[in-house]
Ligand binder design. Structure first.
Ligand code: ZN
Length: 320
């Protein structure tokens, strides 16, 4: 890995010197002026803070509102992975449509930092979704039983920021990236306190979640919630529920007296609406920001705002 990097750096230097000899007006690039590509808008926002602070630039692969499970890259986007100094990804199968792209880009020399596997991942079902083992869903289980949705725990995201900073310092030799990442991590840990206060304002016996897919395990695990059921009985949105799955969910909602289904802003909520209607009781459907930030004029334009907004929606949705 190290020797590959040295070779590619030498090649880059050759290209740079070739460029500068033909264009003497452009200033010599600084070592720190790297380019980073992040896969999702959620990790892209945190990556951008660190990289901007350190003097580099960031592109985010997936547009706002994209379902991260379902996104596939064009060949130009695979080339941009190879041309970036670093690709920051969630991993653990979240970006299921990018598996081949990651392999192709890596074999062409891309440097890919996968975060989730380094953040003490939990297993699907750790939030109390007890029948996960019973499902034999090919797509849902294709990436194993570890849950990639770590960003629902802001302390893990703070650790992710430190991992990104350390990697950027390794690449550039510039300690500024580590310092920048420490600042970002501190901000995330401070904001986590607000989110914790919101989520812990819900009485313990009301902390029961029904969500669109099994994405909130980290939140449940961290704040003492139970995931009683999911509209899509999988850790991925790529699976589809059977009518038996939906009937079981309706029964669970009625038995537990659940009044809110937390859907997904980036997904059609028709199925959640149908489940709510089928219960015959007054069940509301409240979309959360699950896999993507919201637009710049939304209340989830940044990762911290997204988490604050989700926590507010959950605490009011369960107590309203
Ligand atoms: Zn997901």
């Amino acid at each position: 890995m190290k020797s590959t990097y040295v070779i590619s750096l030498a090649a880059a230097a050759l290209v740079l010197s070739a460029c500068s000899s033909s264009d003497s007006s452009s200033p010599a690039p600084e070592v720190s002026a790297i380019t980073v590509l992040a896969t999702t808008s959620v990790i892209g926002d945190v990556t951008r803070q660190i990289v901007d602070c350190g003097g580099g630039t960031v592109d985010v692969l997936m547009p706002i509102g994209t379902d991260a499970h379902d996104f596939s890259a064009s060949s130009a986007q695979v080339a941009s992975m190879v041309n970036s100094d670093l690709v920051v990804a969630v991993g653990l199968g979240l970006e299921a449509g990018l598996t081949d792209s990651f392999e192709n880009a890596a074999s062409d020399g891309a440097r890919i930092l996968e975060l989730a596997s380094q953040l003490d991942p939990i297993e699907f079902g750790a939030g109390g979704h007890s029948d996960e083992e019973g499902h034999d869903d090919e797509e849902g289980d294709a990436h194993g039983s570890q849950d990639p949705h770590f960003w629902f725990d802001m302390n893990r995201m703070a650790t992710a920021a430190e991992l990104i900073g350390a990697e950027l310092t390794t690449i550039t030799g510039d300690a500024a990236y580590t310092t920048c990442a420490d600042t970002t991590a501190s901000e995330l840990r401070a904001a986590e306190g607000e989110v914790r206060a919101l989520l812990e304002s819900v009485p313990a016996d009301q902390r029961i979640l029904v969500t669109d897919h099994d994405a909130l395990g980290y939140l449940a695990d961290t704040y003492g919630y139970e995931v009683a059921g999911t509209v899509i009985p999988s850790g991925s949105t790529l699976a589809e529920p059977s009518s038996a799955d939906l009937a079981e969910l309706v029964a669970t909602i009625k038995a537990e007296g659940i009044t809110t289904i937390f859907a997904n802003v980036a997904q059609p909520s028709a199925l959640a609406e149908a489940v709510a209607a089928e219960t015959g009781t007054d069940v509301q459907v409240v979309p959360l920001y699950v896999e993507s930030l919201g637009a710049s004029d939304s209340p989830a334009a940044t990762y911290i705002d997204m988490m604050r907004t989700n926590a507010t929606l959950i605490s009011t949705g369960l107590q309203g």
